[in-house]
Design a protein around this ligand. Structure first.
Ligand SMILES: [Zn+2]
Length: 349
């Protein structure tokens, strides 16, 4: 209460003893800032402590792959605009901006690789931090980690999974693992990066250095190339996805072969993840729900084959509750959880 994070809203008389004091969080006190970069656009948003979106902006950026300085410029402009808005309310506590990237991110700061942005290991964090107008340290996270947080929070509280994996496709395949309610980070913050599970030992070389990674079969550009469909950017990607689905519904052979390869790869990755980590739930997000009816037979084949032998290896597989907004919602949850875990970090009023 001294820090303005909770308000007393009244009393509740219990059976005995002093009446209980009712508290609720004070939405106005906190502003969370998140900026999401994709291969074609950048989205900024500011939320209050309760998760209500107070400000948002989306821009197509038109930046081609492999141009790190331009990515830094567009991220800095959007983050500064969001921070300006957050700071427009007097006495609001503003959390460090969370920057969501379609990338392998280590230690919440280093981009180790970002195929969708055409980047190898690149320092975006140093130049972005320097370009901040406000005193803050941007936190880098990949889509999958934050998406997993949003999906976990969306499961009913009496049916929370002990070990949940989230697999999403959006500018590539990423994911996250939530164990006992916490995102499991691993040694470098890379845990849950399921896009680089090897599903074909003799497959093509991947940008991560290995061969035959899930990402090479399940990422939308790979599916489109295999189906013989031109993948544009921005709105073009939505149209290409519509075209793919039209072809699948029409029984097009190349489109079905592409989805067979993608579905087989997905099933292989789920098999590896679920028995190694003993998962009880796998959530599929990003573009995967729209394609799931063609991926599902391959996942089902795995589940039913194992059901005869070791049914405990089989997780429940469900589609994500949130679409493309899941990771941004996760960014808010992440900022909120940090405050709730360490409320003393927030200044007194
Ligand atoms: Zn890889």
């Amino acid at each position: 209460m001294a820090r303005g994070l909770v308000l007393e809203t009244g009393h509740a008389q219990g059976g005995r003893g002093r009446p209980r004091r009712l508290l609720q969080t004070a939405p106005e006190r906190v502003r969370t800032v998140a900026v999401q970069l994709s291969s074609h656009d950048v989205v900024g948003e500011v939320r209050d402590f309760a998760g209500v979106i107070l400000w948002e902006r989306r821009e197509e950026h038109g930046i081609g792959p492999g141009r790190p300085q331009d990515f830094v410029s567009i991220l800095a402009a959007m983050t500064n605009a969001a921070m300006d808005h957050a700071a427009s309310v007097p006495r609001a506590w503003i959390t460090d901006p969370v920057i969501l990237l379609p990338a392998l991110v280590t230690d919440d700061s280093t981009v180790a690789a970002a195929l969708g942005l055409g980047l190898r290991r690149t320092d975006l964090h140093g130049p972005l931090t320097e370009a901040m107008k406000h005193s803050c340290t941007p936190v880098f996270m990949n889509y999958g980690r934050l998406g997993s947080l949003a999906e976990y929070a969306a499961t009913p509280s009496d049916r929370r999974p002990r070990a949940m994996a989230y697999i999403m496709e959006a500018d590539g395949v990423s994911g996250g693992i939530v164990v006992d309610g916490e995102v499991y980070r691993g040694a470098h913050g890379l845990a849950g990066e399921c896009g680089h599970i090897t599903v074909n030992m003799n497959g093509p070389a991947c940008g991560c250095g290995a061969r035959g990674c899930l990402d090479l079969y399940l990422r939308l550009p790979a599916i489109m190339a295999s189906a013989g469909i031109e993948l544009g950017s921005g709105q073009g990607q939505v149209l290409a996805l519509d075209e793919l689905i039209d072809k699948l519904e029409a029984g097009d052979e190349r489109a079905h072969t592409a989805l067979t390869d993608a579905g087989t790869a997905l099933a292989g990755a789920i098999a590896t993840m679920s028995n190694f980590t003993d998962l009880d739930l796998v959530v599929l997000g990003g573009t995967l729900p729209r394609l799931y009816q063609w991926l599902e037979p391959h996942v089902d084949a795995l589940i039913s084959a194992r059901a005869q032998m070791v049914p405990e290896f089989n997780p429940e597989v469900v589609l994500a509750k949130y679409g493309s907004e899941g990771p941004l919602r996760g960014a808010w949850l992440q900022a909120r959880n940090l405050i709730l875990d360490n409320p003393a970090d927030v200044s007194r009023l």
